[in-house]
Design a protein around this ligand. Structure first.
Ligand code: CO8
Length: 257
């Protein structure tokens, strides 16, 4: 299928989505949302795909929601249509998604990166929630996910001033998992995604579910949830195979069942 705002391809067992609105620094408009949902759905339906990488250009992962699209909207319109609520669906995607971020990841762009499971950043990456400078606030999780990722002090600092933080600061703060040279960014993300895609699918999906649950529940409930998932994996052939392969000093041949 041809997309207007994305480049979508398959590399081995990994789905690669590249935001492609260079004239607007990949600003996120309603077409991007519609197409991202379609691309994600296609990769989820494809059993061969074990992980997804979402990236942008060297200059911008995404410079935020499309300000030109939003500027004329009024309250009744955005309220009635529950404007931007559709982005939540992306957070519910089951297969792991890695954000590979170079350049600007601002506003909705930073939030989109945080909707992914982890962020690998180029040394050139710049993260920020500048909505306050436009007379609004973050709308798809910036005030919640950023605060959980970096803590209250830095989240307040970024969201109240609208300043940007560079990749080194983002890594120190715990927002990104790795920082690499710009020319290594896509390879690093693809290698991580390829590794994930090579592992047993049930355990990968459950690992993602278990970590995600940590953001939604108490420690006691989370521990119980993790333990039940752990126990249930003993019903899979891949648990037998993975442990036998270790003992027999060979590579496991997972069947994803
Ligand atoms: N929306 C629409 N167009 C944009 C956006 C944007 N967010 N960002 C950049 N562009 C456009 C510019 O208008 C410009 O277009 P043109 O050439 O036609 O004038 C082109 O991209 C290049 O941008 P600049 O000339 O400004 O490039 P600079 O290198 O000078 O500056 C910056 C780069 C610093 C990134 C600057 O473009 C900027 O500040 N952009 C806006 C950043 C911002 O405020 N983002 C937050 C938007 S609000 C938001 O995200 C709400 C979140 C909640 C909803 C999320 C739903 C997805």
């Amino acid at each position: 299928m041809a997309y207007e705002t994305l480049l979508v391809e398959t590399r081995g067992n990994v789905g690669l989505i590249t935001l492609n609105r260079p004239q607007a620094l990949n600003a996120l408009n309603s077409t991007v949302l519609k197409e991202l949902k379609l691309a994600y759905a296609a990769f989820h339906a494809d059993d061969a795909i074990g992980a997804i990488v979402l990236t942008g250009s060297e200059r911008a992962f995404a410079a935020g929601a499309d300000i030109k699209e939003m500027q004329p909207l009024d309250f009744a319109e955005v309220y009635k249509s529950d404007f931007i609520s559709g982005w939540d669906e992306i957070a519910k995607a089951r297969k792991p998604i890695i954000a590979a971020v170079s350049g600007f990841a601002l506003g909705g762009g930073c939030e989109l990166a945080m909707l992914c499971d982890f962020i690998i950043a180029s040394e050139t990456a710049k993260f920020g929630q500048p909505e306050i400078t436009l007379g609004v606030i973050p709308g798809i999780g910036g005030s919640q996910r950023l605060t959980r990722a970096v803590g209250k002090a830095k989240a307040m600092d970024l969201i109240l001033t609208g300043r940007m933080m560079d990749a080194a600061e983002a890594e120190r703060a715990g927002l990104v998992s790795r920082v690499v040279a710009p020319e290594r960014l896509l390879d690093e993300a693809m290698e991580a995604a390829t590794k994930i895609a090579s592992l047993s699918r049930p355990s990968v999906l459950m690992a993602k579910e278990a970590v995600s649950r940590a953001f939604e529940t108490t420690l006691e409930e989370g521990l119980r949830f993790e333990r039940r998932l752990f126990q249930s994996l003993f019903a899979t052939e891949d648990q037998k195979e993975g442990m036998a392969a270790f003992i027999e000093k060979r590579k496991p041949a997972f069947k994803n069942r």
